[in-house]
Structures are given as structure tokens and as C-alpha cells.
Design a protein around this ligand. Structure first.
Ligand code: ADP
Length: 220
């Protein structure tokens, strides 16, 4: 990406994404994860941008409402996801990384492959074309995948919040989403950390603590 007007820092920041099916437990852990990163990075004068997809910019948040609430053609849905992503990359992610700050995003492109590709059956080739167009060679440095049986995730979500368009999907849909996530993790050449999200919240937090050393976080 070349749009950033920010002078690149000597040491670029890192880009970490949280992924998994709805109800797997991402939101439960992301804030504490970001807080620990912030504490570790304070000593080197860096900070952390916590963001999410769909969303992350005013336009992206407007698109989020549409894609999470409105029925639409599956290709329209994928195009809106990537349109929001382009805005997110240009306005938020790339400038932060160029400043040497870190970015933690609750979902990114792996979710589009998993949901629109695996779940909805949209051509993975088309998604790959859009991925290259929108993000060039940019990929997360690390992706933390919360892997969970869709039946357990559905039980956790029941009554926890009003389900959006995706959260109302069938168990079969989430099984396909999960399989595509796992296939991508397998093929990623080590970009993913796969967490068994059926564990207790405490056990998962303990496993996440091991990720900080792997990221080279000062003090870990
Ligand atoms: P996500 O962000 O992946 O959709 P959430 O973090 O919102 O999932 O978690 C969904 C629900 O499951 C919440 O009610 C949360 O309190 C609960 N939950 C999260 N992690 C666990 C866990 N390890 N064990 C049991 N319940 C959990």
C-alpha cells in the first residue's frame, strides 16, 4: 500500500487479528490482550490501535450495519466487506503500522474467506482476487483463531445478545465457516495460533499469555 503519508518508523508495527465463529470468545479476550500489549509497548514509545471488521472507520461502521442487518446478494456482501477493508487499511491500519504502532483487529480477511467463501460458498478465487486488489501483500503478522464446535458457540450465544444476520445462520453454515478457518490455518505457514476455545476463559487467557513472547513484546 502506498497511500500512507506517515513517515515509516525504523521498526514497523505488528498486525494481529482475532478470528473465529460467532460465540467462540474473541470479544471476551481482546480487550485484556490489547491492554497487555499497550503496557509492554509503552516502554518503547509505541501504542496499539484496537479495531474491528467489518468497521474500523466511519464508512466501515456504516457498511457494517448494512452487511450485518440487510439481506443482500452474496457477491454484494463480499464486495462491501472488501470496500470497508480498503478504507480501513488506507485510513487506519497502514498509517498505524508505518508509525511503528501495533494494530489488533477483531476479524480481517480470513473472516471473509471463512464466512463468504466457506459459509456462503462464494468462489475462493474471486475472494483471492479481491484480497490482492484491496490489500496488496499486506497480511496479519499473527492470527489468533478461536476454534470451537458450532453447537457450543450457539449455546453460549443463546440469550447473550440479539443475533445479527450471520449469528442467525444454521449449524451447517458455521460448520463450513469453521472448516474454512481451519483449512486456512493449516495452509498459512505458521501465521495462525489456533486456540481450543472450548477451554475455560482462564485457560484461554493463559494460552494467550504465551503469544506475547512469540510477538516479541518487550518484557515477555
Ligand atoms: P465472540 O466475540 O467470538 O462472538 P464472545 O466473546 O462475545 O464471542 O463470547 C460469546 C459468549 O460466550 C459470551 O456470553 C461470553 O461470556 C461467553 N464465553 C466466552 N468465552 C467463554 C468460555 N471460554 N467459556 C464459556 N463461555 C464463554
Amino acid at each position: 500500500m502506498t497511500q500512507s503519508s506517515v513517515a515509516p518508523a525504523a521498526v514497523p508495527g505488528k498486525f494481529v487479528t482475532f478470528e473465529g465463529i460467532d460465540g467462540a470468545g474473541k470479544s471476551t479476550h481482546v480487550n485484556a490482550f490489547v491492554d497487555t500489549l499497550r503496557q509492554g509497548l509503552a516502554s518503547v514509545g509505541r501504542t496499539v490501535v484496537a479495531t474491528r471488521e467489518p468497521g474500523g472507520t466511519p464508512l466501515g461502521e456504516a457498511l457494517r450495519k448494512l452487511v450485518l442487518d440487510e439481506p443482500m446478494d452474496i457477491e454484494t456482501e463480499a464486495l462491501l466487506m472488501f470496500a470497508g477493508r480498503r478504507e480501513h487499511l488506507v485510513k487506519v491500519i497502514e498509517p498505524a503500522l508505518a508509525r511503528g504502532d501495533w494494530v489488533v483487529s477483531d476479524r480481517f480477511t480470513d473472516a471473509t474467506f471463512a464466512y463468504q467463501g466457506g459459509g456462503r460458498g462464494l468462489s475462493l478465487d474471486k475472494l483471492t482476487t479481491l484480497e490482492r486488489w484491496v490489500q496488496g501483500t499486506r497480511q496479519p503478522d499473527l492470527t489468533i483463531l478461536f476454534d470451537l464446535d458450532p453447537a457450543i458457540a450457539a449455546a453460549r450465544l443463546a440469550g447473550a445478545r440479539t443475533p445479527d444476520k450471520f449469528e442467525r445462520e444454521s449449524a451447517a453454515f458455521f460448520t463450513r465457516v469453521r472448516e474454512e478457518y481451519l483449512r486456512r490455518a493449516e495452509a498459512s505457514g505458521g501465521r495462525f495460533v489456533v486456540i481450543d476455545a472450548a477451554q475455560s476463559i482462564e485457560a484461554i487467557a493463559g494460552q494467550l499469555a504465551g503469544v506475547f513472547a512469540r510477538l516479541g513484546l518487550p518484557g515477555h
